[in-house]
Design a protein around this ligand. Structure first.
Ligand code: ADP
Ligand code: ZN
Length: 423
């Protein structure tokens, strides 16, 4: 679809969405009235900047159902965000919202090369978290066979993956890593597995993590992106080019704004991703601030899809640690650790404050074959990673080398940071 055609569809749908929220949601009507605008002021997608932003705090302040734009009798499903950064937020879906969600996840799976002949093991958690049921509906929508494992019970996961001949695995990248380790430890030869495709998301992951997962599991690993507030997983997904995540912008209109001034950034520049839903009924979102930091790529993708692409997410603005005045993203640390063959892809960042100075410890697991009782060898290793981290981050970290398998494994979203500072 050409840009012009896309903008036309987006314009029509934006106007419908604005009408809907203005007339059905006290929350949005009030916000628009405060800015002195009515639906008549929105003539096309170019007017999006006139609309107010919506934040996670708005959802929390109106907990649980304050932002619904459909009567509860039309709502057929509730979900809640995983609450990584505080009190969960609740979202509601109409029947049509679920159909759109199943459609966008199906688009992602199709882009990965999944067909009705594939069996996909869904190892995202089922329940209020959107990961499990979202991926589930997508697989069913393209007629594939879904294996609804949910997360946890890792031994059984690999047994059934093996016995059922799963071709695809959908879970967080950190859980995929744990499953890969468990497969290797099980002694079942990798050749006996049919795994070909990974659909990984729900947390930031680096390009090095992708390489590692592809090598360890003999698969192609693809990104799937989404957030509860917009629908769940499937807001975007990578294609076979693995060169940016296509966002399904006929349903979710993306903008990138400067997180401080809230003004749009220059095309291609990094900033905060903001979404306006264009077809949602239950709980449309107007200019929802995701706090995810990325950039958009409007050049045509080699796969032929014209949907805009988004660069890898560095992390959320609220994942960013400020340590001794320096901005640090856990994903930068992950990238360094995975560059070095001596380390396992498992780490923990512990930040504290002593004598008015931030302390910054990075625990990292040494691979079995590099682990040694010889102090000198371990000191060398510590120096090596210490230097590399210092040059990437611009501050020094206390490195603590730990034994293989000593850092707790995650079955959902990994928790990589313990910040004990009381600020
Ligand atoms: P919570 O905000 O409580 O974690 P969600 O489960 O809705 O709830 O998480 C959505 C968030 O997860 C996104 O805003 C983003 O920060 C992160 N996320 C989801 N998919 C990806 C991905 N593919 N890459 C990086 N981050 C992702
Ligand atoms: Zn593409």
């Amino acid at each position: 679809m050409s840009r012009d055609e896309m903008r036309k569809i987006q314009s029509i749908r934006l106007k419908q969405t604005v009408e809907r929220v203005y007339h059905n949601s006290t929350f949005y009507r009030k916000k628009m009235q405060e800015l002195g605008i009515t639906p008549n002021d929105i003539e096309s997608i170019d007017d999006i900047g006139k609309l107010p932003f919506t934040t996670k705090q708005d959802l929390r302040d109106n907990y649980p159902f304050g932002l619904m734009s459909s009567p509860m009798s039309e709502i057929v499903r509730l979900h809640a965000s995983s609450g990584t950064t505080g009190k969960p937020v609740v979202v509601g879906y109409t029947r049509s919202d679920l159909a759109v969600w199943a459609e966008v996840v199906a688009r992602c799976l199709t882009a990965y090369g999944v067909t009705k002949n594939d069996r996909i093991q869904v190892s995202y958690g089922y329940g209020l978290f959107t990961g499990g049921l979202g991926a589930h509906m997508g697989v069913e929508n393209i007629g594939g066979t879904v294996i609804p494992m949910s997360s946890g019970n890792t031994q059984k996961q690999i047994q059934l993956m093996h016995d059922f001949g799963a071709n695809g695995l959908a879970c967080t990248p950190s859980y995929a890593m744990y499953l890969a380790e468990t497969i290797h430890a099980s002694g079942i030869p990798l050749e006996e597995f049919q795994l070909r495709i990974g659909a990984f998301g729900a947390e930031p992951w680096s390009e090095n993590m992708r390489k590692e997962l592809e090598e360890k599991l003999h698969i192609k690993a693809y990104d799937i992106y989404g957030l509860t507030e917009i629908c769940g997983p499937g807001v975007g997904g990578e294609c076979e080019c693995q060169n940016g995540t296509h966002l399904w912008e006929d349903h979710f209109f993306p903008e990138i704004v400067d997180p401080v001034t809230l003004q749009p950034v220059a095309p291609g520049e990094e900033g905060e991703l903001v979404f306006t839903t264009l077809t949602k009924e239950g709980m449309p979102m107007i200019r929802y601030r995701t706090r995810d930091l990325t950039h958009l790529i409007y050049d045509k993708c080699e796969c032929g899809r014209t949907a805009v692409r988004m660069g890898r997410i560095m992390g959320r603005s609220d994942d960013m640690l400020i340590i001794r005045g320096v901005n640090v993203f856990p994903s930068q640390i992950e990238s360094v650790i995975l560059e070095m063959p001596e380390f396992e892809p498992h780490y923990l960042i512990i930040v504290d404050r002593k004598n008015n100075t931030d302390t910054f410890e990075v625990q990292v697991e040494v691979r079995q074959e590099f682990y040694s009782d010889e102090i000198n060898r371990m000191m060398e290793l510590k120096k090596k990673i210490g230097h590399r981290l210092q040059s990437v981050l611009g501050i020094s970290a206390d490195i603590k080398l730990v034994e293989p398998r000593s850092i707790e494994r995650s079955q959902g979203k990994a928790k990589r940071v313990i910040d004990n500072r009381k600020i």
